[in-house]
Design a protein around this ligand. Structure first.
Ligand SMILES: NC(=O)C1=CN([C@@H]2O[C@H](COP(=O)(O)OP(=O)(O)OC[C@H]3O[C@@H](n4cnc5c(N)ncnc54)[C@H](OP(=O)(O)O)[C@@H]3O)[C@@H](O)[C@H]2O)C=CC1
Ligand SMILES: Nc1nc(=O)c2c([nH]1)NC[C@@H]1CN(c3ccc(C(=O)N[C@@H](CCC(=O)O)C(=O)O)cc3)C=[N+]21
Length: 416
């Protein structure tokens, strides 16, 4: 039987955990801004350009949902022309950096090649201020967080599946996501005596070698539709498959929505004991990592611990049935700590002081950067805010609605 590791459920569980923090820091959160840069399509786009653009769009929308709709932060999406020069981008970044409410900056991939020229030290990702680089795109961001948010999500699933002597195949090891996963595996290699095979388009080993490699775990982060399929997997039975590909096809489902597929062909999913499906796997988990990083960075005093997955071979049949993959520690202890260590009154007063001091500049788009609108933060009396919190049904009700409860499409269920 194949078990789906339900990323949408994991994201919803992490949101539940953050609900109390969100309620107690509502005023502060509303004054923090995330900026996402996304490049428009080139003049004559290839099919790959179109597909990458759609994936980036989905991802920007998901980031808006978690930061703006869920956490209540400010969120600016800034669309940029594909033929923008390095200096134009650098000037824009200087302006964005001056806005003191901006605490997270993400540049969506794909980035035009001229703007990621490693050799001449002209990589725009290196212009992201280290303390705002929550997706760890720059070297300094990677030093802080270890790897990009997607690789972090993948590694948390990997950690649940890794055992001594595990044999792992990593496809797409040299890419943005793959190199983060590769670095992690390298760190774990000695202690666990791992055998790691790295595959990309230039490697000596290819997907045609997978059958003879007969790995325990396969991670695929290429974005090449169904690069793993019934042909190159045949009847091998790996314990875990982690699929990070994200391709929006032009085929429509019976609700008229474009069908989204990943690196692993649906028909080949039953080769794996556990698999992260696409959609509904790594994508939502990435959002749970980003939200967590943001809280860790902005509220260090809470000492929020990263969420973790239970070791796959230690999951109870009840956990498997209900899709409860997070460790119980990930779900509860920090919320209790928060209640114990921060009396509500003190917490609200401290957040209010900061609210009153802050003045926010809020450019809504690239155009608005020229005419920043200056706005004084609200200065409500403490009793007012306390009253509001006490009477706000959201403050006591831990209600989470996953973005799309049907995400893990009905046809998939939780296991096959
Ligand atoms: N949260 C999510 O769900 C996320 C999903 N993604 C998706 O993951 C995919 C990869 O993203 P990213 O790392 O940014 O992409 P990159 O282009 O940086 O990396 C792609 C990697 O795949 C390898 N590759 C491409 N084609 C093949 C092939 N035929 N055989 C073997 N290896 C191949 C490339 O190797 P080479 O250099 O040799 O071509 C490279 O190592 C995309 O589909 C993206 O949309 C990305 C981020 C988040
Ligand atoms: N700097 C950078 N970091 C990224 O992490 C990054 C990027 N650039 N460029 C584009 C890719 C793509 N990507 C996705 C993230 C989430 C979903 C996601 O949440 N998908 C939902 C589907 C949502 C829906 O159906 O609309 C799911 O898989 O269930 C998808 C794709 C991040 N990327």
């Amino acid at each position: 039987m194949t078990h789906f590791i339900n990323g949408a459920r994991i994201k919803a569980d992490v949101q539940k955990k953050l609900e109390l923090i969100k309620t107690q820091f509502r005023a502060e959160l509303s004054l923090k801004k995330i900026v996402v840069f996304q490049f428009e399509l080139p003049k004559s786009p290839s099919l790959k350009n179109l597909s990458d653009y759609q994936a980036a769009n989905t991802s920007t929308n998901q980031k808006q949902k978690i930061f703006k709709d869920f956490l209540g932060c400010e969120f600016d999406r800034i669309d940029l022309p594909w033929d923008m020069t390095f200096d134009e981008f650098a000037n824009l970044m200087t302006e964005v950096d001056k806005i003191d409410t901006v605490c997270g900056i993400i540049i969506q991939n794909p980035i035009p090649t001229e703007l990621s020229d490693k050799n001449n030290n002209r990589e725009i990702v290196e212009l992201i201020a280290p303390n705002k680089d929550i997706d760890a795109m720059s070297k300094a961001g990677q030093a802080r967080w270890g790897r990009c948010a997607t690789a972090d999500a993948i590694c948390r699933v990997l950690e649940a599946g890794l055992k001594s002597d595990s044999e792992v195949v990593l496809i797409g090891f040299s890419g943005f996501v793959g190199k983060g996963v590769n670095g992690y595996l390298d760190n774990r290699k000695k202690e666990l005596n791992l055998k790691i095979t790295e595959i990309d388009e230039r490697s000596p080993k290819t997907t045609a070698n997978i059958i003879e490699l007969n790995p325990n775990i396969i991670v695929s982060a290429t974005g090449k539709l169904e690069i793993l399929n019934t042909d190159n997997l045949q009847d091998i039975q790996p314990e875990l498959g982690i699929d990070c590909g994200f391709v929006i096809t032009d085929r429509l489902d019976n609700r008229g929505k474009n069908i989204i597929l990943g690196d692993i062909q649906k028909e080949a999913r039953d080769r794996f004991d556990f698999i992260t499906p696409v959609p509904g796997g790594i994508g939502p988990m990435e959002m749970a990592v980003l939200a967590e990083r943001f809280i860790i960075k902005e509220f260090p005093e809470l000492q929020l611990k990263p969420w973790q997955l239970t070791k796959l071979n230690e999951l109870s049949s009840e956990d498997l049935r209900t899709g409860n993959y997070l460790t119980s520690d990930s779900l509860t202890s920090q919320v209790q700590n928060l209640e114990l260590s921060f009396p509500t009154q003190v917490l609200i007063e401290s957040s209010l002081t900061q609210t009153q001091l802050q003045v926010s500049q809020k450019p809504k788009s690239l155009a608005d950067l020229n005419e920043p609108e200056v706005e004084a933060a609200s200065s409500r009396p403490t009793e007012g805010l306390l009253y509001e919190l006490a009477n706000d049904p959201d403050a006591t009700r831990l209600k989470i609605e996953p973005d799309d409860p049907d995400d893990l499409s009905q046809e998939d269920g939780l296991s096959i």
